[in-house]
Design a binder for this molecule. Structure first.
Ligand SMILES: *Cc1c(COP(=O)(O)O)cnc(C)c1O
Length: 354
């Protein structure tokens, strides 16, 4: 028996499995049940499900906390934001995911909370905004600006100010960034993206550093009924098993593409935080030049979302909800696990040879 902690790559494979007993399946099966025979721990299908628990055990083990799964990333975000008391102030990145900004704007418009949007890469500005706040929301890297936050310093400042710290860790995944180790209280995921990883599931999760906080998040899920489907939970856990190898390949592809695309004459900027598999390229010719590549690729798919095995691209300002400070000509590339030469050749056949 091993007497030392497992590497995350191993945890992704072994966590959330049934015990090694004869005739037990290796994976927790999909349990389709709206109710259970009374008197046990499960009781009702909105309270508990073994397929959720298996996914939560594995994600919790990777993030170093207690996980609660949700119907979507947005449902996870709503549950966390609902922990802020009425009249509280939330500090959040101005380049957060559009859905996060949408929820914050909605809460503020209804007078429930006030929101202060900040440049999350400006640690001193975030620390000073944290004074008197109830929650500091971090997304790092941000979607799609790819700014990186100093989670450790922001957490220290926020805690000194009596605020709780949430990190949307969707882009980095627990393999590249473990916010709880850096001081965060809660981690949020769109499991739709890298965790499930195959563009076939919508799901979310919250991971809490303290069991009591996980219990209050779980209470929101039960109250609001924002529960995932058991089949989606099974698929998300199946995806999580291969996250280490998928991410290795996608990240290697991304850094190679960055090296080859930097200095391309059609691009004003190639943004990459140095890790992960999302690249944002900014066309010199603005929206028209960016839109001209649509329909000219065979491997790359024009689609929203990210984090799947397949490479996708999208001009983000095609959405009116995207922040006006994101350039019109910015195209977000979600780099998949195909061969890098095919990805590069396909892309430059659309953008033009350098
Ligand atoms: C997609 C996304 C979300 C929302 O998740 P859904 O699963 O689509 O509800 C939240 N945060 C980030 C960073 C995302 O990319």
């Amino acid at each position: 028996m091993l007497d030392k902690p497992l590497h995350p790559d191993t945890t992704a494979v072994v966590a959330g499995r049934p015990p090694h007993e004869s005739d037990r399946p290796l994976n927790v099966p999909v349990t389709l049940a709206s109710t259970y025979v009374a008197g046990g721990e499960l009781e009702y299908g909105r309270f508990a499900n073994p397929s959720w628990s298996a996914f939560e055990d594995a994600l919790g083990a990777l993030e170093g906390g207690s996980a609660v799964s949700f119907a979507s990333g947005m449902a996870a975000i709503a549950a966390v934001l609902s922990l802020v008391p009425t009249g509280g102030r939330i500090v959040a990145p101005r380049h957060s995911y559009t859905g996060t900004i949408g929820q914050l704007d909605d809460l503020a418009a209804r007078g429930m909370v006030s929101v202060e949007f900040v440049d999350i890469a400006d640690t001193a500005a975030v620390a000073s905004a944290a004074h008197g706040s109830s929650m500091v929301w971090i997304e790092s890297p941000t979607n799609p600006a790819l700014e990186v936050a100093d989670i450790r310093s922001i957490s220290e400042a926020a805690h000194a100010a009596g605020s709780i710290v949430v990190v949307d860790n969707t882009f980095a995944t627990p393999l590249l960034q473990r916010p709880i180790e850096l001081g965060a209280d809660l981690v949020v995921h769109s499991a739709t993206k890298y965790i499930a990883g195959h563009s076939d599931v919508i799901m979310g999760a919250v991971v809490a550093s303290e069991p009591e906080r996980a219990a209050s998040v779980l209470a929101r899920r039960t109250l609001h009924g924002a529960t995932p489907s058991p089949l989606d939970s099974f698929l998300a856990l199946r995806g999580l098993r291969t996250l280490p190898v998928r991410l290795d390949r996608a990240q290697a592809n991304a850094s190679e593409l960055v090296a080859r695309l930097t200095d391309h004459p059609a691009l004003a900027e190639v943004r990459y935080p140095g890790f992960g598999a999302i690249i944002s390229i900014v066309f010199t010719g603005g929206a028209d030049a960016a839109d001209a590549i649509i329909g000219r690729t065979d491997v790359w798919v024009h689609a929203t979302s990210l984090g799947g095995v397949e490479s996708t691209f999208e001009r983000r300002r095609r959405w009116s909800a995207e922040a006006p400070t994101i350039p019109e000509g910015l195209v977000r590339l979600s780099v998949g696990i195909e061969h890098v030469d095919d990805l590069y050749d396909d892309l430059v056949s659309a953008i033009g040879q350098p």
